[in-house]
Ligand binder design. Structure first.
Ligand code: OOG
Ligand code: NI
Length: 413
């Protein structure tokens, strides 16, 4: 790399910090979450020391409207060393999007700042009304979600292999504008109402100037303690924690979110007529061991079993019962090749095995989070129309296989 260029992890770290500051100013609830999570982590960390990575660790989520927006988003994230990992199809859950997670993929970059963004592409073809579909496409085609200087800096990055200090600063500041909340809509109230009637998510994407960040999630070392602290403070948190039940050896990802905020907007046309929109929310998560394909198949089977369990039994109990079949000690997890581990050498030449952290998302959990934050009304599902190939054409490249990334970082299996 040419000297004088800022490395991608530094740009990612600066952007994540700037986004966190902006979101904190926009959504006061987020500041409350950070305070609670910091307290819980200080108590939960071994020897009272929260690992540096966990303190800064965040994931965000955005929703884009067109293939061109997604493809440019991919090039923008590449500047920060973030690659598209995995394909998530939300259509079976009644949410007309499909998604990937942009994140760093090397051990070194993950240790530096594992910032990740769940990025969804609206699937307009799933909207039934052809007139509304045409109108929505025209609105999306006419908007430009990136500032011109960001587009120029992406090209500069691609041509010279990086950005210098001044360019990196301009990139971070310009890109922040894409993620900012704008209360002025692109549409009048009547159009907004029709978009909401087709699906709340369609309105959230199509009615606005850009893909406002809809949540920014800190990582807690003990989600049960964090949730109890939030309830004690009277925060409006969802009762169910998505993902696996509490365990001695945590696996994958446990998440819980808040109901979306109701925020004021001003509609275009109508002299800025005031209205309300719900899209942004709070979320916290706890991360555990990355599972092998075999471990993941077991997880998926047991989760389905818990979901299909007797309706008169509380969901938490069904979950605990189903997951009794998922071994919960290191020896068995390693022996049965259910998790990925690395060797950590001690100074006397001995070693221990440590689980690799799960760096991705879970489709069933993501669907639950989308649904609880789009309002209570249920929506028919869109069938099993998975379209990974279509998504990859839109993105302009294939998404990476998360299992291959873990296997490359692991010492076993
Ligand atoms: C994304 C929801 C998925 C998660 O943590 O699973 C997500 C969205 O609401 O746009 O963030
Ligand atoms: Ni999330």
């Amino acid at each position: 790399m040419t000297t004088g260029l800022v490395d991608a992890s530094t740009i990612r770290d600066r952007f994540c910090g700037a986004l966190s500051a902006m979101y904190r100013a926009e959504v006061p609830l987020y500041g409350d979450l950070l305070a609670i999570v910091a307290q819980v982590n200080a108590r939960a960390a071994p020897a009272g020391e929260t690992p540096a990575r966990v303190e800064i660790e965040r994931h965000g989520a955005i929703r884009v409207g067109t293939a061109a927006e997604l493809a440019m988003m991919g090039r923008v994230f590449a500047v920060m060393g973030m690659e598209p990992v995995g394909y998530y199809d939300l259509a079976p859950a009644g949410v007309p999007v499909h998604s990937t997670a942009f994140r760093p993929i090397t051990e070194e970059a993950l240790a530096r700042n594992p910032f990740r963004v769940f990025c969804s592409l609206l699937r307009l073809e799933l909207i039934a009304d052809p007139d509304l579909r045409r109108e929505a496409s025209a609105l999306l085609a006419a908007r430009q979600i990136f500032r011109p200087e960001v587009l120029a800096l992406v090209e500069r990055h691609e041509a010279q292999g990086g950005l210098d200090e001044a360019e990196a600063d301009a990139f971070v500041a310009g890109l922040l504008e894409t993620f900012r909340w704008h209360e002025d809509t692109l549409v009048d109230r009547a159009t907004y109402d029709r978009l909401v009637a087709s699906h709340r998510l369609v309105a959230d994407v199509v009615a606005f100037r850009g893909p406002h960040i809809n949540h920014l999630t800190p990582r807690t070392l003990d989600i049960d303690a964090a949730q109890a602290a939030m309830l004690a403070q009277g925060l409006d948190i969802k009762e169910v924690i998505e993902g696996p039940p509490p365990r001695v050896i945590p696996i994958l990802l446990r998440q819980t979110s808040f109901k979306a905020l109701t925020e004021s907007v001003r509609f275009a046309g109508d002299e800025g007529a005031p209205g309300r929109h719900t899209a942004r929310f709070g979320e916290i998560e706890q991360r555990g061991a990355a599972l092998t394909p075999k471990g993941r198949a077991l997880y998926d089977r047991l989760l389905a079993q818990a979901q299909a369990g007797p309706a008169d039994m509380p969901y938490e109990r069904r979950l605990v019962q189903a997951f009794a079949d998922f071994p919960d000690d290191m020896e068995a997890l390693v022996e049965l090749e259910l998790i990925y581990v690395r060797r950590v050498e001690a100074s006397d030449g001995s070693f221990t095995l440590e689980p690799l952290t799960y760096e991705d998302f879970l489709p069933v959990s993501a669907a639950g989070i989308f649904q609880s934050n789009l309002g209570a009304e249920s929506h028919e599902t869109y069938g099993e129309q998975s379209a990974q190939a279509v998504f990859e054409v839109a993105l302009g490249r294939a998404v990476l296989d998360p299992f291959a990334l873990y296997a490359a970082m692991a010492d076993r299996p």
